[in-house]
Design a protein around this ligand. Structure first.
Ligand code: MYA
Length: 440
């Protein structure tokens, strides 16, 4: 039932799919988006993939910040400074994305923000804030981080835009377009003219739409906080029994270490060839994405199954004979505030991130079911690790190869969708899901 959106995953599974939910009339009324280099409605599929508006030399990029309404000023946020990091945390934890019924609101931790906003080569100028001039209170934010992406057969540098947030008291004043224009200017100043972003809302024009699926782990709590309900033909006891997860993983999985990075980078790159829109990661990127978020100390120091400040969990499988990494999976933890609940403060949610397996490269692995079987086992083990870390629910989108294991692993179809967008890049739609949630 949860309708929260999520931002980090951006591989979209290949295949054919329909697109639901885009209403022509609504799409006509986008005063801001109509002025931007994004595919507009009624354009039809492009003949070739490529930019919409050409890049320009740095001296032709607007040099002054966009004007803000009186009483507000721009502020670059230094995420390394604990005080400023806390300011972003406070803004987001009170004003960021909520589900449709305002029951849950994302609560990104400070450690999460450190991990998400500081990948290799990040620019602090892309962490754009707006403050009230009189008291310096942070009231709006938008961020970008550098990323290299491949869309179909073209690879290009882009900004990944995220954490657009305006204080609840300042909504519907057309401030969002100013934030978007200012971060665009900052990205242009670094010689980058494309961007990728995701949102729960539909604006011109999604290149793909994925659906959230949720695997309950802590059923009693999920029932108590109203995240999920007992279906008419079931009971709470039955739901608990049905969703029980084994105590131990099936494969010999272990947490990723520094020595695995090169092998994981190689496996990741080869596996990603299966998909039409993927990040291209350097060794440094892989280290950042899969190792740097693991927190400090030993597993258990930060609570059951957790290091202190742990944000990401990446586990590898090693071939005992060759010592080669044959598989890996990763997920991250993003809690949500449970609004108006006296007993529980947060819902601890895991989000499936990237995974890969050598099995995919065996002849006919896709056709003869070997790949499906291996992913089934691998993701089963991810659920075991997530359960050991005392997460309440494990979420996954209908992208990559996820659809092959979601049902068998008892994920329930959620009511949240995530739309994927490219800025200043034309490409035909990528596979997504229908409004029914299935991939045709
Ligand atoms: S998605 C997460 C967005 N955040 C939230 O949902 C948190 C809670 N909500 C809020 O804080 C506010 O409601 C926000 C809008 C800030 C979302 N993406 O100021 P307004 C358009 C893009 O009066 P407000 C994420 O972080 C809207 O269609 N546009 O509205 C990725 C309308 O334009 P138009 C959005 O409600 C962000 C205009 O803004 C979004 O006070 C990617 C209204 O402005 C949205 N999520 O504030 C940003 N929501 O009339 C784009 C509303 O045309 C990046 N709008 O329909 C583009 C690439 C930039 C870099 C390019 C580099 C080359």
């Amino acid at each position: 039932r949860q309708a929260l959106e999520q931002m980090k995953i951006m591989d979209v599974a290949k295949g054919k799919a329909g697109f639901g939910g885009i209403n022509k009339k609504d799409m006509g009324a986008h005063k801001f988006w109509a002025t931007q280099p994004v595919p507009q409605l009624d354009e039809g599929p492009p003949v070739d993939d490529g930019y919409i508006e050409p890049s320009v030399p740095r001296d032709q990029v607007r040099q002054e910040a966009y004007p803000l309404p009186n009483d507000f000023e721009w502020s670059t946020l230094d995420i390394n400074d604990p005080k400023q990091n806390k300011e972003v945390y406070d803004l987001l934890s009170l004003n960021y994305v909520e589900d449709d019924e305002a029951s849950f609101r994302f609560q990104y931790s400070s450690e999460f923000l450190q991990w998400a906003l500081k990948p290799p080569g990040y620019y602090k100028e892309w962490h754009v804030g707006v403050r009230v001039s009189s008291n310096q209170k942070l009231v709006a934010f938008i961020s970008g981080v550098p990323i290299t992406i491949r869309v179909r057969n073209k690879v290009f540098a882009a900004a990944e835009i995220n954490y657009l947030c305006i204080h609840k008291k300042l909504r519907s004043k057309r401030l969002a377009p100013v934030l978007i224009k200012e971060v665009t200017r900052q990205v242009h100043l670094q010689g980058i003219f494309q961007a990728i972003y995701t949102a729960g809302v539909v604006i011109p024009t999604p290149i793909s739409t994925c659906r959230y699926n949720h695997r309950p782990l802590n059923v009693p709590k999920l029932l108590e906080v109203g995240f999920t309900f007992v279906p008419r033909n079931s009971t709470a006891a039955r739901m608990i029994r049905m969703n029980k997860v084994p105590d131990k993983p099936t494969l010999k999985v272990r947490p990723i270490e520094e020595r695995d990075i090169v092998a994981v980078a190689d496996l990741f790159a080869r596996y990603m060839r299966r998909f039409d829109m993927v990040p291209v990661m350097s060794i440094e990127d892989v280290k950042h994405q899969f190792l740097s978020g693991e927190g400090t100390g030993k597993i258990g120091d930060g609570g059951p199954g957790k290091r202190v400040g742990q944000v990401t969990w990446t586990y590898v499988v090693e071939d005992p004979e060759t010592n080669k990494v044959t598989d890996f999976f990763s997920f991250y933890c993003l809690p949500s505030t449970i609004i108006n609940n006296v007993k529980y403060g947060t819902l601890e949610a895991g989000y499936l991130y990237y995974y890969a397996t050598e099995v995919a490269f065996q002849p006919d692995a896709d056709e003869n079911g070997q790949l499906k079987a291996r992913l089934q086992t691998l993701i089963g083990d991810a659920l075991v690790i997530a359960n050991q870390a005392k997460l309440d629910v494990f979420n996954a989108l209908t992208l990559m190869d996820n659809v092959s294991f979601l049902q068998d692993h008892k994920f329930g179809v959620g009511d949240g969708f995530l739309n994927f967008y490219l800025y200043n890049w034309r490409t035909a739609k990528l596979a997504g899901v229908t409004s029914e949630g299935g991939v045709p």
